[in-house]
Design a protein. Sequence first.
Length: 182
Amino acid sequence: MAEDGTSDARDVTLEVVLRPVTAADLDRFEAEFAGPEGPGPYQWFGHTPAQRPRQLLAERGLLGGDENMLSVTVGDTLVGRVEWFRRAWGRADTSSCWEIAIGLFTAHRGRGIGTRAQRQLVDYLFAHTRVERVQVCTDAENIAEQRAVEKAGFTFEGRIRRAQWRAGAWHDQLIYSVLRTP
């Protein structure tokens, strides 16, 4: 049981690993996230073209640019992906940060994988890039993601009103961040 008395489905023995994306991974992402059931109610934005990730994979392995992706695995099983995008709070050359996102396959949610994968991504970004800040935005109703990022060390910063158009309506987003420690 979790501290709040609810069922705690997390498995602390799972070995969560981030690795470079392959073409086969992109095929699986397309299949798993093709309809509203796959990404879930907070990440379904309608059908979108799949060419951009394939183009970026061919050009630079989906690494080393402003749009990046790693696959999330547990053991040898592909369970989802993490992404990071450059965002700026002023001039991009002096005030950029990373914004991260995660997409786990339905069968692998609620087990603590997302928390660990996002924390690993933060550690990776601070070790391999010069940013001072990593942020995440999530839907104001997405309680599971809010808990995951808080457990991963993110601090709640505020509400961004009517920031995201999805499912025929505007939705508030919550912003969280973690800062590089000196």
